[in-house]
Write a protein that binds this ligand. Structure first.
Ligand code: GDP
Length: 297
């Protein structure tokens, strides 16, 4: 069965923050995620991040890590929340400094606030001659969102996702915010977490990217994820490197599930493979019955 144990305080260890990038269309979410992904080359590792697996982790110069959900936009955020998944610790909300505070910006702000997720504003496109970051901050102040420059507590940083200006400082502010949250997890138990994305690969079979949120996942573990289950045959990180064990806050692609779970599905490691299969089968059955019922109505 799925056992959810309370962790003793001494079992908890610090974990990296998990960050989602949100904002209005064309304000630079994808550019920012791409810049961070491409620029981050871990010391001693030859390549940058080569795989698009729906999430990636970066290591800053000071050795601290940040995990990013690599699916820009709040659709992913709300879809996951609708499924009861709370994976985001901090939201970066990108606002183009040559535009206004737009409807989707406001929506992103309310989503983050409703989820109780702290916001760090990235005032983007400051390389443009028409950029006016002060106008954006004034607009935020009018919405009762006082950023630091305006004497408030909300972190914000002027950046250019195109030239990279300010991105490092933005990430440092994300880490400051993360420190206040004192994020912790117990790495020494069976893994659980959330599915970020999954697809069928012609050569590899079902590939599922998951975020481990508690415990550690090992090759050979039996995983139950939504209506799917299976034994973890291989794990690959965002650099295409094979790994045998991953801990809390780490995104990882796994091979071995017998289907594609949905984004936002929870996953658990079970001790018993047969039980994992039975629960997955029962869930599929329930889902089929439910869809028959909704079709009739
Ligand atoms: P998204 O819809 O929020 O993901 O926005 P994109 O990242 O796709 O960016 C929209 C457009 O703005 C693209 O043409 C980008 O090249 C451009 N863009 C994004 N960030 C910057 C920036 O910092 N400076 C400039 N000059 N252009 C940018």
């Amino acid at each position: 069965s799925i056992v959810v144990e309370e962790d003793a305080p001494e079992d908890l260890e610090p974990r990296a923050p998990i960050v989602t990038v949100m904002g209005h269309v064309d304000h630079g979410k994808t550019s920012l995620l791409d810049y961070i992904r491409e620029e981050n080359v871990i010391a001693g590792e030859s390549g940058g991040i080569t795989q698009h697996i729906g999430a990636y982790a970066v290591t800053l110069d000071n050795g601290q890590k940040i995990s990013f959900l690599d699916t820009p936009g709040h659709e992913a955020f709300t879809a996951m929340r609708a499924r009861g998944a709370q994976v985001t610790d901090i939201a970066i909300i990108v606002i183009a400094a040559d535009d206004d505070i737009m409807p989707q910006t406001k929506e992103a702000i309310s989503h983050a606030q409703a989820a109780g997720v702290p916001i760090v504003f990235a005032i983007n496109k400051v390389d443009k001659p028409t950029a006016n970051p002060d106008k954006i901050k004034e607009g935020l102040a009018q919405m009762n969102l006082l950023v630091e420059d305006w004497g408030g507590k909300i972190q914000s940083h002027d950046i250019s996702a195109k030239t990279g200006q300010g991105v490092k400082e933005l990430l440092e502010k994300v880490l400051l915010e993360a420190e206040l949250l004192e994020l912790k997890a117990n790495p020494n138990k069976l893994a659980s977490g959330t599915v970020v994305e999954a697809f069928l690969d012609k050569g590899k079979g079902y590939v599922s990217t998951i975020l481990v949120q508690a415990g550690s996942l090992n090759i050979g573990d039996y995983v139950l994820a939504g209506t799917t289950s299976g034994k973890v045959k291989a794990m690959q990180d965002e650099r295409g490197k094979n790994v045998t064990k991953v801990g809390p806050s780490q995104p990882i692609s796994i091979l071995g599930l017998d289907g594609a779970p949905q984004a936002g599905d929870k996953f658990h490691v079970l001790q018993d493979e047969r039980e994992a299969k039975q629960i997955a089968a029962r869930r599929s059955q329930l889902q089929r019955e439910q869809s028959v019922r909704t079709q009739r109505h």
